[in-house]
Design a protein around this ligand. Structure first.
Ligand code: NAP
Length: 264
């Protein structure tokens, strides 16, 4: 494979927002593309724009990732298409409100799109990439993974899941040439806010990142070999201290004896 042909990147949620910019930037980096989302016309418009500009091959794969059969179709593609070298699990939704404001159907829809789909797609891609000893998986989480008290806790939990499985995948793929990264954007100017009934500017004045800045920073983090990339966090030592405390706790989490403070 030459520098200008990096294989094919499959990007979910590529019809707008962060996924659209990923598709654009990955084409510039020499990837052909498979763009996944529900809105076929929007995907085709993104595909045309990218092909016209870069000459890269861009395919549209319509899938509703809240439906098990559509997730299976994308899994099948990842399992059987040997040209795919990068998976970007970007599709995601947020809710208007949280636990007390949504019915079971709405909550389950979020869990399927934000957890089931990226988990199953990561698993299939990891197996295929490991067998070829090459490839990459990028999971788009959120800074809310670290802040369940802020905004919607169900959304936050779904993003914590992505941080968790990316750490786990990294451990299991250690020693291979397969790369994994989880990206934690803060508030980023996309349609997701309006779709979940929030006005980003009144909620978070002065704290909103532009989508292109977010994606360019995240890809720089990928180039740097980072496992966890948090583009809005200026003081990296805060995350490093958090991670150090977590790692220090790990060897102490299983014990025959009950901790002193719980003894009767
Ligand atoms: P967005 O502008 O609303 O785009 C979401 C994308 O996901 C769209 O392409 C949408 O396409 C797709 N999608 C939604 N439901 C889908 C479904 N059922 N099946 C397939 N695709 C579906 O949101 P965004 O801000 O770019 O979000 C991208 C990712 O970044 C998400 O995982 C989000 O949680 C995360 N994130 C965003 C922010 C932020 O402030 N924007 C912050 C942290 C994390 P269709 O509608 O065509 O299906």
């Amino acid at each position: 494979m030459t520098a200008s042909n990096k294989g094919t990147a499959l990007v979910t949620g590529a019809s707008t927002g962060i996924g659209e910019i990923y598709a654009d930037r990955l084409a510039d980096r020499g990837y052909d593309l498979i763009l996944v989302a529900r809105r076929k016309e929007a995907l085709e418009a993104v595909a045309k724009k990218i092909t016209d500009r870069t000459g890269r091959k861009v395919e549209v794969l319509r899938a509703d990732l809240s439906l098990r059969e559509d997730i299976a179709a994308v899994e099948q593609r990842l399992a059987t298409d040997g040209s795919i070298t990068l998976l970007v699990n970007n599709a995601g939704i947020s809710l208007a409100g949280s636990f007390l404001d949504n019915d079971s159907a709405k909550i389950e829809q979020l869990l399927t799109i934000n957890i089931t789909a990226p988990t199953l797609l990561s698993a299939v891609a990891a197996k295929a990439f490991k067998a070829r000893n090459a490839g990459g998986i990028i999971n788009i989480a959120s800074v809310l993974a670290f802040g369940p008290e802020m905004f919607d806790g169900i959304y936050s939990g779904s993003k914590a899941h992505l941080v968790n499985i990316t750490h786990s995948l990294a451990a299991q793929l250690k020693g291979t040439n397969v790369r994994v990264q989880v990206v934690a954007p803060g508030a980023t100017r996309t349609e997701i806010w309006e779709k979940s009934g929030k006005d980003i500017d009144t909620l978070l004045p002065g704290k909103v990142m532009e989508t292109a800045d977010l994606v360019d920073a995240a890809l720089r983090g990928y180039d740097m070999g980072e496992l966890v990339t948090i583009p809005p966090l200026h003081d990296e030592s805060l995350y490093l201290a958090y991670e150090k405390a977590r790692m220090a706790m790990l060897p102490n989490l299983s014990n025959k004896d009950v901790a002193e403070r719980y003894r009767g």
